[in-house]
Design a protein around this ligand. Structure first.
Ligand code: ADP
Ligand code: MG
Length: 608
């Protein structure tokens, strides 16, 4: 029998490596920009076509490469940055695997132009799918230009896996932001399809943040600084009153590299505890400087995850650094935690009247239903409690598996006199559950989950044809976004329009919201959009269902009334009626129960 083991050709090995390092245009872009940084560039231009699918070109004014180096750079494990395994532990530059260029060249057509400073002539290289095509002298400016064309041209499976251009562009911009935020003294310009999208001048960190995230960021952040012998923390944190419903601007960097770190994120969130309402997120741009020996950066191929050797110490150090930053800038909690509008407080504009913040949430709100909630619904011939019987919804669980929190003993017993005349009594327990008698016994509804279900089904109905009611806003509201979220909103703009949100891209990562669903109070428009974007991003991670369904889910979740919201009896009735008009009343959007029933038999059992 012949031997069957053989070495893979380099082109195949590189393609395999590429699968790990280069998942999408954004990852190739990241590698190219990091190389330019490592080459000492201070002016970098990024040119994208079709979200990087057709072209990613990064032009820098860095050190350039010699003729031989330019050729060498595309060999696997070719790097100028480390020579020994020891070096891995003392690494401060970005790339270190020596794999990026070889990987990219395995799955694209690459053209390099490079000239070292002081040289008269530069060099040009063409490589296609790991195949070296040509190298020739070329006249070009000092520095390096690397063009990556038709990414995945030879890997159809990968190419098909890519998302829409808007999604891919969003990834590119996210990667770009992370590098831009660590190098404020480097100028960047990013073009997409020949239009300049982002232009960043050299400056300091604060200027960079403001340039990236919108002019009004200036007043929204305060510096954070702390230092021990082993670690230095610097950067900016958002003031609590500007905490958003979206997680957008949360960045950790370690030794100049973006990282994710849920545990340390918790430390920041924890420092904000009691200063911001639940479900909102502070912005932060936090930079750690640590001895490279105290971290392990090589645990993840895309290098956004790292291990700190002493994460617990850093946790408490970070937490107190953030708290201290509040103290220094005397940010006291001025928020009324119950008033949701406190998120959208903005300076008064001429003509604004002063309205005390109250929470006006209509539990039956549906963007397409422009009439007020039907107060007369209880007189309709079919009361919802008749509609509900265990036979109608055989799937409804009969066992008592809900733990109803015991109410305060001091509470007066509530006289329940439902069932007669088709009129029902609703009581609210813990501002959270609605309890009411039904034919078979006693029903309990989780108000937030029920409302989610109702909203979702009405939004889906809108998508399937019925006209929503939209109204022009008296004063257009401005939605300030990160560049990444701008790409997301652009992607969703048509669908949002269908739902009644009339928005115009005002440039500079701002959208003017000119119209909104008629039932949505003006002061909740921005907050609803922000929360919806955040929920949408969460949805995106989960499944591959269609965009409109995801958007409906995200919006329903963001608009559903919260627990702890006191409801009037008519509101409870409307909620129950609307719930039973749904096609799947028993479950919320994540499969949780919207309602539970205790049957008369079960009650009798309890009192045995
Ligand atoms: P790594 O960055 O891990 O060393 P890469 O494959 O990304 O590996 O790059 C290989 C080498 O090519 C680098 O070590 C560097 O010497 C050279 N190189 C890549 N891009 C540039 C650039 N823009 N300017 C100068 N040299 C570069
Ligand atoms: Mg590199």
């Amino acid at each position: 029998m012949p031997d069957i083991i053989h070495l893979l050709p380099d082109s195949v090995a590189n393609q395999i490596a590429a699968g790990e390092v280069i998942q999408r245009p954004g990852s190739a872009l990241k590698e190219l920009i990091e190389n330019s940084m490592d080459a000492g560039a201070d002016d970098i231009q990024i040119i994208l076509k079709e979200a990087g699918r057709a072209l990613i070109r990064v032009v820098d004014n860095g050190s350039g490469m010699s003729e031989a180096d330019a050729r060498m750079a595309f060999e696997r494990h070719a790097t100028s940055k480390i020579a020994t395994a020891q070096d891995l532990f003392a690494l401060r530059s970005f790339g270190f695997r020596g794999e990026a260029l070889a990987s990219i060249a395995a799955i694209a057509q690459v053209e390099v132009l490079s000239k070292m400073s002081g040289n008269d002539i530069g060099t040009k290289i063409l490589i296609e799918g790991s195949k070296f095509i040509e190298q020739s002298p070329a006249s070009c400016p000092e520095g390096t230009s690397i063009a990556v064309k038709n990414l995945f041209f030879n890997v159809p499976a990968r190419r098909n896996f890519l998302k829409s251009n808007n999604v891919e562009l969003r990834h590119c911009i996210e990667e770009f932001q992370r590098v831009a935020l660590t190098n404020p003294t480097v100028a960047f310009t990013l073009y997409h399809n020949d239009k300049p999208v982002i232009q960043l001048k050299k400056g300091n960190l604060k200027q960079r943040i403001v340039n990236l995230f919108g002019g009004n960021f200036d007043e929204k952040i305060v510096p954070v600084n702390a230092e021990t012998t082993r670690i230095k923390i610097s950067g900016f944190i958002g003031k609590p009153q500007y905490a958003k419903r979206t997680k957008g601007e949360q960045f950790f960097f370690v030794n100049g590299r973006f990282i994710r770190h849920p545990y340390l994120n918790h430390a920041v969130q924890n420092a904000f505890e009691d200063l911001i309402p639940e479900g909102s997120f502070p912005s932060y741009f936090i930079y750690f400087e640590v001895d490279p020996a105290d971290i392990d950066v090589n645990i993840h191929p895309t290098k956004t995850e790292i291990n700190f050797l002493d994460a617990r110490l850093i946790y408490s150090f970070l937490r107190s650094a953030v708290k201290q930053a509040f103290g220094k800038f005397s940010i006291t909690p001025t928020l009324d935690f119950n008033a949701e509008q406190s998120f959208t407080v903005r300076p008064l504009r001429p003509g604004d009247s002063v309205i005390p913040p109250t929470v006006k949430i209509d539990p039956s709100y549906s963007p397409f239903n422009t009439s007020a909630p039907d107060k007369d619904q209880k007189n309709k011939t079919t009361g919802w409690e008749q509609l509900f019987s265990p036979d109608r919804f055989p799937g409804v669980q009969q066992e008592l598996d809900v733990q109803i929190p015991l109410t305060d003993n001091k509470e007066e017993p509530i006289a329940v006199s439902g069932e007669e005349n088709g009129s029902a009594t609703f009581i609210q327990v813990y501002n959270r559950y609605i309890v009411t008698p039904v034919k078979s016994g006693m029903m309990m509804i989780d108000q937030r989950r029920a409302h989610q279900r109702i909203l979702y089904e009405s939004l889906i109905e809108i998508f399937s044809g019925s006209k929503p009611g939209s109204q022009q806003l008296l004063f257009p509201e401005t939605l300030h976004l990160s560049a990444a979220d701008t790409a997301l909103v652009t992607e969703l703009q048509n669908d949002l329009q269908l739902l009644g949100f009339d928005m115009v891209n005002a440039g500079n990562n701002c959208f003017m919201v000119n119209g909104a669903p008629s039932d949505l109070p003006q002061e909740m428009v921005i907050q609803t959009l922000e929360k919806t974007l955040e929920e949408f991003k969460n949805e995106s991670g989960k499944t591959t269902t269609q965009r409109q369904i995801k958007l409906a889910r995200a919006m329903a979740k963001s608009m559903a009334i919260r627990d702890k919201k006191k409801l009037a009896p008519e509101e409870m009735q409307t909620l129950a009626n609307s719930l039973f008009a749904c096609s799947a009343p028993e479950n919320d959007l994540d499969g949780g129960k919207t309602l539970q029933i205790i049957t008369v038999q079960q009650l009798a059992e309890m009192f045995k």
